[in-house]
Design a protein around this ligand. Structure first.
Ligand code: C2O
Ligand code: CU
Length: 443
């Protein structure tokens, strides 16, 4: 039966639960009275998985598979029934980067009850945004995502734009296997080969499901980055194959290239190990062992493409401004001495709450005073990056997961257009678990 039942609002919302009117309830759930256009079932379950190299993992999966893919077409009503078979501490699904109504956001104890073994919960929302997204459990996320409770969520545009001939989703993750740490695209931790006819346009949907940022190389062809975190880039420039790029933990890039007469190599970075996970695209000839050169530059989204029209620019008058200093210190957490990750010196739940009103324009400044990167992820909204290190970026870009490196400062803006209670946290999920988490709340 529906053990998850009706979502229960906790903490902030419990107080005004009594005088929430029907309009507000509709906003938090979305209008989900229409029948579903597409229905999926996901069963959270433990499953042993063997990689191409022979390494084994005791994975926690949806449907017994590493990173299953859900697809929808823009505009469709999507329904996903989550059942929990045997994940002891319960599971949820968070639609990372997707602006679902608050009650469908999958944060246990905040937007719904955790789904315990034997229980289920049905997510239902309209797929408004086209693009490359992913989903993962948000219950004890550091452990559950590390063990495999995630998948890709691809929404095809409602209008056939036909800007590519072939597409492939590549979601990478770092695993603890019986043969040590391995990185894999789904369950492929070796070289994969894909045949593509020369002249065809290939779309790569890259999703970094890792717990840290990931560098990628695409060599053998010029390419374009056509979307960042699901949002298309306006007039993307052509990049040379000596340009590497880096994705934030939880971030996504769509990349396109035209298949040449020789092989193209996609490779995860920071290693010259040619046995590691990579994809070789080849045309008519079977690929020779492909060589690989060090990159000469790193992609910079702030200098790429043409600025898209936006209500948010660095001269916008903002209704509210928040400042978040990301730091670290030693301290006690859950009774244990730990390295804590802080926001304005505090750890969750003592971190500040961003209180906003619907319709407001919000500016947030992230300042990283710690020694680690922090991919800051805001639920339910898209952030536009306006300034880096005090300087206006040449091309504001839209993101849901912004990597902030040590000593960097970013100004980002968003429109408060999705009422509810949301999380804003570091997507190095171990950092989120020991402090680096806060709430965004609508007044
Ligand atoms: Cu992908 Cu709150 O996380
Ligand atoms: Cu962090």
């Amino acid at each position: 039966d529906e053990g998850g039942g009706t979502p229960t609002m906790m903490t902030g919302h419990q107080n005004h639960a009594n005088h929430v009117n029907m309009v507000e309830v509709a906003k938090l759930t979305g209008d989900i009275s229409a029948p579903a256009d597409i229905h999926y079932e996901l069963v959270a379950q433990k499953q042993e998985v063997t990689f191409a190299s022979g390494a084994k993992i005791e994975a926690w999966t949806y449907n017994g598979e590493v990173a299953p893919e859900l697809r929808a077409r823009q505009g469709e009503m999507v329904e996903v029934k989550l059942m929990n078979r045997d994940i002891d501490k319960g599971v949820t699904i968070h639609w990372h980067g997707y602006n679902v109504p608050n009650a469908m956001d999958g944060v246990p104890g905040m937007t719904q009850n955790v789904v315990n073994p034997g229980e289920s919960f049905t997510y239902k929302f309209r797929a408004e945004q086209a693009g490359t997204y992913w989903f993962h459990s948000h219950q004890q996320a550091a452990e559950q995502v590390r063990n495999g409770l995630f998948g890709s969520f691809i929404v095809e545009p409602s209008e056939e734009t036909a800007s590519y001939d072939e597409e492939v989703t590549l979601i990478n993750h770092n695993w603890n296997t019986d043969q040590g740490e391995k990185t894999a695209f789904k369950d492929q931790d070796r070289v994969q080969k894909m045949q593509v006819k020369p002249g065809k346009i290939v779309l790569l949907r890259l999703i970094n499901a890792n717990n840290q940022s990931q560098k990628y190389f695409l060599q053998g062809s010029e390419y374009k980055i056509t979307s960042i975190d699901g949002t298309p880039i306006r007039q993307p420039d052509r990049l040379s194959d000596q340009t590497a790029f880096r994705l934030a933990a939880g971030g996504r890039y769509d990349v396109t290239f035209t298949m040449p007469n020789h092989p193209v190599l996609l490779k995860l970075g920071d290693s010259t190990d040619m046995e590691g996970p990579s994809v070789v695209f080849y045309g008519n000839l079977p690929p020779d062992p492909i060589s690989f050169k060090a990159e000469s530059s790193l992609f910079d989204p702030s200098q790429y493409g043409k600025p898209a029209d936006s209500e948010l620019t660095s001269v916008t008058r903002f209704d509210r401004e928040f400042r978040m200093v990301l730091g670290n210190r030693l301290g006690f957490y859950n009774g244990k001495m730990n390295y804590l990750w802080t926001i304005n010196g505090e750890v969750y739940p003592h971190t500040p709450t961003l209180v906003v009103k619907e319709g407001e324009k919000i500016k947030t400044t992230f300042i990283n005073k710690s020694l680690s990167e922090h991919p800051m992820h805001l639920h339910g909204h898209q952030m536009t990056v306006l300034k880096k290190n005090g300087k206006r970026v040449q091309t504001p870009w839209v993101t849901d997961t912004l990597n902030v490196n040590p000593d960097e400062m970013y100004e980002v803006a968003f429109i408060a257009d999705n009422p509810g209670m949301w999380m804003d946290h570091c997507h190095i999920l171990d950092h989120a678990a020991v402090g680096m988490t806060l709430h965004l709340m609508y007044d």
